[in-house]
Design a protein around this ligand. Sequence first.
Ligand code: SAM
Length: 340
Amino acid sequence: IEVDDEGDGDNRQRKRSKDVSLIAGHYNARPDVGAKQRLQSPIIGLKAFNNWIKAVLIGKFAHPALRDSPWSNGGKVLDLGCGKGGDLTKWAKAAVAEYIGLDIAAVSIEQARSRHAQMHNASRFPAFFAALDCYTHPISTVVPAEILSPPPRRPQDRPNDGPDVFDVVSMQFCMHYAFESETKARTMLDNVSRYLRRGGMFIGTIPNADLMLQRLLSLPPDAAPRFGNSVYTIEFDDRRPKDQRPVFGDRYSFFLTDAVEDVPEYVVVWEPFVRLAKEYNLHPVYRKEFHEVFQENQEDKEFGPLMVRMKVVDQNGESHMNEDQWEAANIYIAFAFEKR
Ligand code: SAM
């Protein structure tokens, strides 16, 4: 694994802590506008599509792991970078014995907590929320020891060397912020893997590095290192070829209408990510572009009708996204790893 090439010293440290506060500040400052106003977003179609993708990923990989949980009353979920708790209702559709939501943005955590409190009794599960920089500190800094102690085992389960607490760890649209440095990526993966049981799933969504770098490198030679459309803009500092780019700290600025305003993000190249994840006993079982997830599941008997309910398409199957939103949607990939 290469390290980033910014050089050592105070400058790099200053730049990084500025990035972290920019990221946390950005998400803290985004208002939780409520369900009604959310419907008026100019990218409502894209937001609905992203939500549907997460529901598919949770349905395909998290639900089976939760069903298979050694806990008798359902499984345990760790949601790193949970934001305002936008996935709580998706988790309510599975048997969840306990949900732990952590995020660096304290304001978002408050909003997630109140969203959880407002859930219907019938679908509400026990939950614990805390603010934490999950790429710098172990989750045990804020998650109480009672939660992180292994559940009583069923007689048929194999003994495990690690603490078997979570059945699923989810990182939606947030893991790429950890690729600022190798230390952060390792701390993140340690947080993912340490309490995940064997056979448990790590699921997530991240920008597609291959596609972004391909777009960047196919720009005309004298063009600025920037591409996008009316919905999103991605701007790099330079246009070095792929083999000269650092694995960690390959920074770009991301702008998404009504969602993300020029926040620093980091490229996650799939192969080095997979190699690093293996060191934490995490093995890839799924990697799909969002368009592929759509193509494979639009006719599915569970996820097809869900597209109408989640307002991805109307009753006639017409998409609520325009061309530019489709292009923005396909910047991302969905993944699943199994802990072995
Ligand atoms: N997972 C949520 C979702 O899908 O709706 C939120 C996604 S939002 C695009 C990215 C989230 O990552 C933000 O809530 C942000 O605060 C969080 N985040 C960024 N850096 C983080 C860090 N170091 N530790 C924990 N959360 C972080």
